[in-house]
Write a protein that binds this ligand. Sequence first.
Ligand code: NAP
Length: 490
Amino acid sequence: MTITVEQTLLARVPEALLIGGRWRPAAGGETLLVRDPATGAVLKEIASASVEDGRAALDAACDAFEDWASTPARVRSDILRRAFDLLMERKEDFALLMSLEMGKPLAEARGEVAYGGEFLRWFSEEAVRVAGRYGASPEGHGRMIVTQHPVGPCYLITPWNFPLAMATRKIAPALAAGCTVVIKPAELTPLTTLLLSRLLEDAGLPPGVLNVITTSRSGAVSEPIIRDPRLRKLSFTGSTPVGVRLLEQAAGGVLRTSMELGGNAPFVVFEDADLDKAVDGAMAAKFRNIGQACTAANRFIVHSAVVDEFTRRVTARVAELRVGRGADQGVEIGPLIDERAVDKAASLVADAVSRGASLRTGGHAIHGPGTFFEPTVVADVPPGSDILREEIFGPVLAIVPFDTEDQAVAIANDTDYGLVSYVYTESLTRGQRMIERLATGMMGLNMGVVSNAAAPFGGWKRSGLGREGGAEGIHEYLQTKYTLTPDPFV
Ligand code: NAP
């Protein structure tokens, strides 16, 4: 029997929990199965943490906190930088692993390694730049000192759609700030976090600073951790309904929280847009990660003077997308994460069509094995359609026409979410107006992808609280102390 590259890689992924520097099975011996969404085949059986394991992981993070918080920032920085270097050396392993457990095309998985790795490098640089302030009080009676301190042990919960980047976007700033963490990846894609944790150990991270629990019982295991008075911070990326529930749990302990939640991004194409660029941007904003990104363009709001041409051009591009197993060469659209995601895409398309939208290409589930959905374009989507209100999270591009700028703004802002918007226009002043009028935390102005480790990622309204990345990112894991001292001359 020949052993494939995939089998060799999977054999190297730890199958245990990482608690206090020790890899160990779940206390009750429970396990969970991780499957390839392109085939349904089992990739690996790993530990499934119990409530007791969750508490043990938090114990370990608490025990390690004081030492790690007082470790010189340069040492913490060097570990993160080594982790970045190791990730670049092992990038093909991580790309393949993500493609296997999540389904994304290999080329995109490589892109995620580059993006996810940047958080390690960026926060290795930020670790040594945490500044304070010293100044005279306005009355001249004393001197004011402002210092920054790590917030304490943190609980990090990540989703399945970007298994590496969502982990490094939280782990790197937390460790840079001097916090210790317990991380819980999604049950569907835990392998990348396990391999990343092994890499962080190899980079020299001391025991207990990073603890990993994988579990099939996320709610039951997480709640006691969140309600434990020793925890000081919860950072969550996932859906808004789960985020709201976790905020309620966090309220008791008055926890610091970062919430990266759902989106419903508008993609506005004005009549003066460069249509070549708009179509390229649309393909990236919609079909990256098989449409399963919080930043995915959900509603294409296109001026009536160019809507026919835009629709014709995107439909031609979408119809040519190559669907298949992400790990196979040349595939552009992999499977959706599970059956539920396929059913949701199908029902959103069916609802829009039943209200009068016109189906231009795709629109249907692809028969298994695997959970595939045809890359789809629906045009003339009428107001009130579910697809305009809900996060599609699939390869479906929905187009709504508009006539005036005010109309475009009203449609774009007609959502509870406010993560990101995309605007295509060749007019500088119109672009400036859109920056001021669109209610989102991020905007791509003539750009279809905005994510960057050096930028503050985050949303307005029900899309979240706080920012990840940029100069802001490390402050999510720091707390401020102000000290008043006497005037040294009196
Ligand atoms: P999800 O169902 O909310 O799950 C996210 C994470 O929360 C997973 O680890 C999940 O674990 C865990 N979880 C679920 N219920 C929980 C509970 N009661 N207590 C504690 N943890 C719980 O979201 P998803 O389907 O994985 O991810 C897609 C969503 O994430 C979309 O809405 C997307 O927009 C959003 N997202 C946002 C951003 C952003 O930066 N704003 C980035 C990426 C994704 P299990 O899966 O193991 O239950």
